[in-house]
Design a protein around this ligand. Structure first.
Ligand SMILES: Cc1ncc(COP(=O)(O)O)c(C=O)c1O
Length: 567
């Protein structure tokens, strides 16, 4: 089959059997006997996600803030056009008869809104992005059009990197092993997997990843983004239907588009919406001909990195089975960070990994390295090895990068015999629950699941995005802020990423800073602190809503739950 050709998943899914034998390497047994959640309701009873609605007054002030900025932007553009203010942005020559090629709302937004607070993004650092980092000082003399580096840097706590298990470090056993491999192999393999670039270290890595995931086989790719965008086209094509969560990552969006299949999105993590759309798809089939879809693929992430939400995997699996669809699970943010053994959301819910048709993940987050993997049945992986553009046309993973993954993965699996991996997993979990609970108590609006290492804190107003970032940095806390268009206009946020490398003292210090800045900027918007709101919601929606991720999370009720689980 030509590269990019399609495989029949029906024949590929051999139910985990090799030569008639079932292989377990992940502590799971078949038939669900070892599943943590034997009954469908069990997982919901310990489920807690909070998505408190934007308070009306915050929404109104946010719109007014953006409105004012747009108005001032138009006035400044006018002044630039008539030469009162100097034009520093790239302008397009006005060609008679031509429509503008690139002048758009986007460039207006960048020029007039983003540029004013540009210092809050792309801050250069000059150290390892570990639990601390050195942020280089920059100065702008023209309101963010240009930056100059001074020779100074500031050491701050790093709450912005996806360093979930703290393996982003320049000392320790991983670094030592990488050093040896670099002197043995050099930096590059010099070829693609199919063109003599497949070395023994790649075989070792593929096998280890398969063992780690508890699947028959795995294929690793040097880039996480390409793992999605280059492998998805080998799995589905025209005549197939993809159901994609509306907040899926760009690599999944691109990968889906490259397949040529029909793509439908459903509301974020909303299983009712997914079921409704699945039902319609199965009943009506393809447009015009009404033939059944060749394949239906549900594409989800384990943890969504902008929302901190966790996929309702047991429910997706139920729907997948009911409607005979396939599931593609991207565990970029959950592998290593979720589950009692750090094996991702599959481990978190106690699900048999072989129930997932295509397991995908990246090594950039929990493993402190680079690249991605696809795991599944041997047949599926063999198909990808032969046909994926990532295997045919791109060089294989650099050996030192592969070694970093091998070393960190072995530590997580406990193969080094130290228990360090398990310690890091527990430390991350404790940090996450403690950090989230304290922020809720302080009265901030926090999104996401109680176990998600990504913690979005809602800021709402454009001016507060910049103030929050600058004030935190001033006090020694480095974090990420995100605004429109990366979020809906009224949901700008700061996004904290917890790490196993953070000590309790660091977490406490960070919380003190957030508390201080939050009070200064009046960011404690949560209405859940007030009993009236809580009572109203409980009356309106009943208890079910407390557990259902697309709804409001009610802090008062579930706090008991968090307290019981913490430490
Ligand atoms: C869900 C998801 N998938 C894939 C990727 C791409 O991974 P990488 O950055 O390793 O290329 C990311 C990146 O953050 C991601 O969040």
């Amino acid at each position: 089959m030509a590269p990019g050709g399609e495989v029949n998943l029906e024949t590929v899914n051999t139910n985990g059997k090799i030569n008639g034998k079932v292989h377990y390497s992940n502590g799971h047994k078949t038939n669900g006997t070892h599943h943590k959640y034997g009954h469908d309701l069990d997982w919901r009873s310990s489920w807690w996600e909070s998505f408190e609605e934007t308070p009306l007054y915050a929404a109104v002030w946010t719109y007014l803030g953006y409105g004012l900025l747009v108005l001032v932007g138009h006035i400044r553009d006018f002044m630039r056009n008539i030469g009162i203010e100097s034009q520093k942005s790239c302008t397009e020559p006005k060609l008679p008869g031509f429509v503008p090629l690139y002048q758009s709302w986007e460039s207006f937004y960048t020029r007039n809104l983003y540029r004013r607070i540009r210092d809050c993004w792309n801050r250069p650092i000059c150290s390892v992005a570990g639990e601390y980092m050195d942020v280089m000082e920059r100065k702008t003399y023209d309101n963010g059009w240009n930056f100059e580096l001074t020779d100074k840097s500031q050491r701050v706590m790093n709450f912005g990197s996806y360093n979930y298990l703290g393996f982003s470090e320049n000392k320790g056993p991983c670094k030592d092993a990488v050093e040896i491999v670099t002197s043995q192999y050099g930096i590059t393999s010099g070829g693609s997997r199919q063109e003599l670039g497949y070395l023994d270290i790649h075989k070792e890595l593929d096998d280890l990843v398969a063992q780690y995931l508890g699947v028959e086989a795995a294929m690793t790719v040097p880039m996480g983004f390409a793992t999605n965008s280059m492998n998805m086209p080998c799995l589905v094509s025209k005549g197939c239907l993809i159901f994609s969560d509306e907040l899926n990552h760009a690599s999944l969006v691109l990968g889906s588009r490259l397949t040529g299949a029909t793509i439908k999105t459903y509301k974020h993590n909303d299983m009712e919406d997914l079921e409704k759309k699945l039902k319609q798809a199965v009943v009506h089939g393809q447009p015009r001909t009404h033939r059944p879809w060749k394949k239906i693929l549900i594409v989800v992430e384990g943890v969504w990195s902008m929302e901190g939400s966790v996929v309702c995997l047991p429910e997706v699996l139920r729907l997948k089975k009911k409607y005979k669809a396939y599931i593609y699970l991207d565990e970029a943010h959950s592998i290593g960070a979720m589950g009692p053994r750090g094996r991702g959301v599959v481990d978190y819910f106690g699900i048999d990994p072989r129930d997932i048709d295509i397991m995908m993940g990246t090594f950039t987050k929990s493993f402190g390295s680079a690249g991605g993997y696809i795991g599944g049945t041997r047949k599926l992986i063999n198909h990808l090895r032969c046909n994926s553009h990532a295997a045919v046309y791109s060089p294989s993973m650099p050996p030192p990068v592969a070694q970093q993954i091998i070393s960190s993965m072995k530590i997580i699996m406990g193969k080094d015999g130290t228990g360090e991996g398990q310690r890091r997993i527990s430390q991350l979990r404790d940090n996450v629950r403690y950090f989230r609970r304290r922020l809720h108590e302080m009265g901030f609006i926090i999104y996401g699941n109680k176990d998600s290492p990504v913690v979005p804190l809602l800021l709402f107003m454009p001016a507060k995005i910049a103030c929050f970032s600058r004030e935190c940095l001033k006090r020694g806390l480095g974090t990420v802020v995100v605004g429109f268009p990366a979020t809906p206009i009224i949901e700008s946020r700061a996004r904290f990423c917890l790490s196993a490398a953070h000590t309790r003292e660091m977490v406490d210090k960070a919380l003190d800073i957030i508390d201080e800045v939050g009070t200064l900027l009046k960011l404690k918007y949560s209405l859940q602190l007030h009993g009236r709101f809580f009572t109203m919601l409980s009356e309106c929606y009943g208890k079910e809503v407390l557990r259902w991720p697309t709804s409001f999370g009610i802090r008062e009720t579930k706090e008991v739950n968090i307290d019981q689980n913490i430490l």
